[in-house]
Write a protein that binds this ligand. Structure first.
Ligand SMILES: NC(=O)C1=CN([C@@H]2O[C@H](COP(=O)(O)OP(=O)(O)OC[C@H]3O[C@@H](n4cnc5c(N)ncnc54)[C@H](O)[C@@H]3O)[C@@H](O)[C@H]2O)C=CC1
Ligand SMILES: O=C(O)[C@H](O)CS(=O)(=O)O
Length: 490
């Protein structure tokens, strides 16, 4: 799909921005360099966008610092008003934003529409939270002392975001940052910059002050990350992406002890006990495993099924997954789009080859889809074991491995046997079991009798090497605030 084709589909063609949004201006890279944004469904180039470097990022940071002071001086109500307007504009443009998202990322249009509403939900939520940044007074420790605690914005925030949710992973950071009175620089994934740029168009229309937010498009992510890490004006880095890159950023941020929020990789267990509602468990497994074609950090990566229901569950799951339609995300009825890249497809093939070499059996799919390119058949394997690669590494694709287990203790030990700790899920009906298992799973999120847990009103985040901090909920604004204790002698 070419830019002119995509523009012809949009009610508001102005949302397809191909310049970067830098310090309040729509500009190209200093040296005129650009990189291509392609449609993963067919490999076609949609458009070129600026390929910026450290110099441009430094100017954006400088402009952000200047704008942030006036922004922080506004009342909470004034900041909330701009965010609410941004929310209204995003929802009014939901179809256009979804078309842009599907074109650059590949997910089915229905999922893109859902992501726009989910992403806008963070803007709506934090427009409200802006007004509830309360302080406190503390009874003095001496007769002449009056103690207060106030909370102030961190200052200039830098965000680096992934391609799999190119709208929601940005608003999940930008909304609390702006609500708190911060300024924000956004470096979106090179695969999916257009969603970020479209949101910047709407933020500008909503009245966001010039320079307060920049979208720096670049294929030189390491350079931009270094500018964010080494520029002392940046006081916080917020990142969503792989644990590997999270570690790099944490190391870089350590030199200046910068605040960091990290939403990293996962390896979610999905457990089906013998007292589960099997039909509900099958629906939950499909929602959890195949949302975004398995390309989410909270997708089921390991499906554990208790012995007594293993064969029945496997048969039901295979029948249901066999009905999923693989196709172009723009086409009605598509359930599974392309994977984001050849590398992503090759990772699925590597995990599958490893598993079958170690004894797993393919009961559905198992090969690249006939559409070619990065399309892959939804795949189920039985006989999965902890020795197989997907038990350790995140597949990030449409591969559902079924592990058999005997006892509650066995499956909790296997589920927790990972460096990750983001999302986990289980289906059971015995209340005592539900309480015990939910408390025993070492994860930041536990889904009970559901495969979908994502909402702006709840704290999203992981333990162990899945991250630091929480996004969304009333907690999500804390990481964008500094607490100041004032001790006054009267
Ligand atoms: N916990 C969460 O909420 C999420 C976690 N992820 C994880 O991220 C991975 C898939 O997403 P990807 O975009 O491929 O992850 P990635 O970590 O390769 O890239 C994420 C972002 O980091 C940038 N980046 C890459 N190397 C960098 C460097 N050296 N310095 C600065 N920035 C750098 C990329 O350009 C992109 O914008 C999976 O492991 C997935 O589990 C993805 C989305 C959400
Ligand atoms: O990037 C991701 O995988 C998201 O965090 C998943 S969710 O927020 O849409 O559940």
């Amino acid at each position: 799909m070419l830019a002119r084709d995509l523009k012809s589909l949009l009610k508001d063609p102005g949302l397809l921005a191909t310049d970067a949004f830098l310090a309040g201006d729509w500009v190209g890279a200093d040296d005129g360099a650009t990189f291509a944004v392609t449609n993963p469904a067919n490999g076609e180039t949609i458009c070129q966008v600026p390929d910026m470097g450290r110099a441009e990022a430094a100017r954006a940071i400088e402009a952000a610092a200047a704008a942030q002071k006036d922004w922080a001086a506004k009342t909470a109500k004034e900041r909330a008003g701009v965010l609410r307007k941004w929310y209204d504009l995003m929802m009014a443009a939901q179809e256009d934003l979804a078309l842009i998202l599907t074109a650059e990322m590949g997910k089915p249009l229905a999922e893109s529409r859902g992501e726009i509403a989910y992403g806008a939900g963070f803007v709506e939520w934090f427009a409200e939270e802006a007004k509830r940044i309360y302080g406190e007074t503390i009874p003095g420790h001496q007769p002449d002392k009056r103690l207060t605690v106030i909370r102030q914005p961190v200052g200039v925030v830098a965000a680096i975001t992934p391609w799999n949710f190119p709208n929601a992973m940005i608003t999940r950071k930008a909304a609390p940052a702006l609500a708190a009175g911060c300024a924000i620089l956004i470096k979106p994934a090179a695969e999916t910059p257009l969603s970020a740029l479209a949101m910047a168009v709407l933020a500008e229309r909503a009245g966001l002050p010039k320079g307060l937010m920049s979208v720096i498009t670049s294929s030189k992510s390491s350079d931009i990350g270094k500018e964010f890490s080494e520029n002392p004006v940046v006081r916080k880095i917020t990142f969503t992406g792989s644990t590997e890159v999270g570690r790099i950023l944490l190391r870089q941020a350590a030199d200046q002890v910068k605040k960091c929020s990290m939403e990293l990789g996962g390896n979610a267990p999905f457990i089906v006990f013998d007292d589960a509602d099997l039909d509900a468990a099958v629906k939950g497994a499909i929602a959890c495993k195949f949302r975004n074609n398995g390309q989410t950090c909270v997708c089921a990566n390991r499906i554990y099924v208790q012995s007594g229901v293993y064969d029945a569950f496997a048969a039901k799951l295979a029948e249901a997954v066999g009905k999923l339609k693989v196709g172009d995300g723009m086409d009605d009825g598509t359930d599974l789009g392309p994977l984001i890249s050849d590398a992503a497809r090759e990772k699925v093939e590597t995990h599958l080859a490893d598993a079958t070499a170690k004894g797993a059996k393919v009961i559905l799919g198992g090969k690249p889809h006939q559409r070619g390119g990065t399309f892959f058949e939804p795949t189920i394997v039985t006989g999965a074991t902890q020795e197989m690669q997907f038990a350790t590494d995140e597949t990030f694709g449409p591969l559902a491995p079924l592990f058999r287990f005997e006892t509650e203790d066995d499956v909790i030990a296997m589920a927790n046997d990972t460096i990750f700790g983001l999302a986990s899920y289980f289906f059971a009906r015995d209340l005592s079991r539900v309480y015990k298992v939910a408390e025993a799973l070492e994860y930041g999120i536990v889904g009970v009798n559901t495969g979908l847990i994502s909402t702006e009103v709840a704290p999203f985040g992981g333990v162990k090497q899945s991250g630091l901090g929480r996004e969304g909920s009333r907690h999500g604004i804390e990481d964008y605030l500094e607490m100041k204790y004032i001790c006054m002698s009267v």
